[in-house]
Write a protein that binds this ligand. Structure first.
Ligand code: SAH
Ligand code: SF4
Length: 388
């Protein structure tokens, strides 16, 4: 065996993305996709389902990152798996912890791109806010991500990978031989990080199927919320194929204001959006739609706006999440005053809708709603000198 060429470890080299193995990631495959992939690699059809269950238990229950650890799988098969599939996680570039316990991870994915993921601990639950795209094609004028052009869609493996990385960091994998602990630090998922999830429909769907699968990450679909800015033609399909809870980034009650805040409104206006909500599959009092409403001083926070909002919601089982605007450098808006937000909430509440005001979390580390942005728009061309 020849020794590997010696290369000096320079900061530049350390900053390089992990070498792309080119192997398909285990994390991106639904159970059926993995079964087919195993059969295609010579595993007998009648064994394939059992092998998938074994691999999934190692990966999603025990959190292993090495095929060698899969001790109930024969050694030659483990070796074959290692040459055919990857178990690499997205790499944590930086991790910041807020004074309130919120954790923000900057993750590096294939191609050297970067995305952010935020973990928000609460009293009885922990919510992971995952990204679906690097950047966003949309340009909502109050959103920091909206100032970053779309770089690319995340793959299912990269979306699932965000959950696994958070579990690694939270130290949440069980230790063999110790009593089973049913409490989960990471109990809820929101697709509210960078990107518009419905513009990456298939990948988000497959990732959520893995997150919900009882042999996979096993989160109940009621603990997962997909937030959309209003991609009307895909809302019904999301209800049928993804089946998570739905949140709509409403933010305005008239078309001219919404055109300005959420420009996708010029394509599908309020009337079309509200109709799509009425048609959302399984809509009921126990499965309400959440309407997100960012509170922008002097823009959308009047009593009249609150009353119009109540009218818009008529007949839709819903709740309203009021989000105090989170500022970012150069943002053209200010947060509404606290008593204004409370007065607005009150009008909605009196009309019979829950209207919690979302406490900003992780503001000191720019981890709050709408503050996420990565540097990936700058095309990184770190050239490595040809190795001799
Ligand atoms: N693209 C999707 C999901 C990501 S944004 C969507 O738009 O729904 C998650 C939520 O944060 C959305 O409701 C979004 O409108 C809101 N948001 C964006 N920028 C914000 C800011 N600066 N302050 C408060 N909320 C913001
Ligand atoms: Fe994109 Fe959502 Fe931000 Fe709008 S609010 S720019 S859709 S991430």
């Amino acid at each position: 065996m020849t020794a590997a060429p010696q290369t000096a470890i320079t900061p530049d080299l350390l900053a390089l993305p992990r070498e792309n193995t080119g192997l398909p990631s285990i994390y991106g495959m639904t159970r059926e996709q993995m079964r087919e992939a195993l059969i295609a690699r010579g595993i007998a059809e009648k064994q394939a389902k059992m092998r998938v269950s074994q691999i999934w238990a190692w990966v999603y229950h025990w959190g292993v990152t090495d095929f060698e650890a899969m001790t109930n799988i024969a050694k030659p098969l483990r070796a074959m798996l290692a040459t055919e599939f990857s178990l690499a996680r997205p790499e944590i570039v930086t991790k910041q912890v807020s004074a309130d316990g919120t954790r923000k991870y900057l993750l590096r994915i294939e191609g050297g791109h970067e995305v952010e993921t935020v973990y928000i601990p609460e009293e009885n639950r922990g919510t992971l806010c995952v990204s679906s795209q690097v950047g966003c094609t949309l340009t909502c004028s109050f959103c920091h991500t909206g100032t970053q052009r779309l770089v690319r869609n995340l793959t299912p493996a990269e979306i699932v990978g965000q959950i696994l990385v958070a579990r690694d960091d939270l130290g949440e994998w069980p230790i063999p031989g110790t009593p089973k602990d049913e409490t989960r630090l990471l109990s809820n998922l929101v697709l509210m990080g960078m990107g518009e999830p419905l513009y990456n429909f298939e990948n988000v769907r497959d990732a959520m199927l893995i997150a919900m699968d009882h042999e996979g990450i096993s989160l109940s679909r009621r603990r997962i919320t997909l937030s959309t800015s209003g991609v009307v033609p895909l809302i019904e399909r999301a209800g049928e194929e993804i089946r998570t809870m739905l949140a709509i980034s409403l933010h305005a009650t008239t078309d001219p204001v919404r055109d300005r805040l959420v420009p996708i409104n010029k394509k599908w206006n309020l009337e079309e959006l509200m109709q799509a909500c009425r048609d959302y599959p399984r809509l009921s009092n126990s499965e309400r739609i959440t309407f997100e409403y960012v509170m922008l001083k002097g823009v959308n926070d009047s009593d009249a706006a609150a009353k119009r909002l109540v009218k818009l919601l008529d007949g839709i089982p819903s709740k309203v999440n009021l989000i105090p605007f989170n500022p970012w450098p150069g943002a053209p808006y200010e947060r509404s005053e606290w008593d204004r937000i409370e007065a607005f909430a009150d009008i909605i509440h009196r009309a019979g809708y829950a209207s919690p005001i979302r406490t900003p979390r992780g503001e000191d580390i720019m981890a709050a709603c709408g503050q996420l942005k990565s540097e990936s728009e700058r095309v990184k061309k770190v050239r490595v000198k040809e190795r001799a």
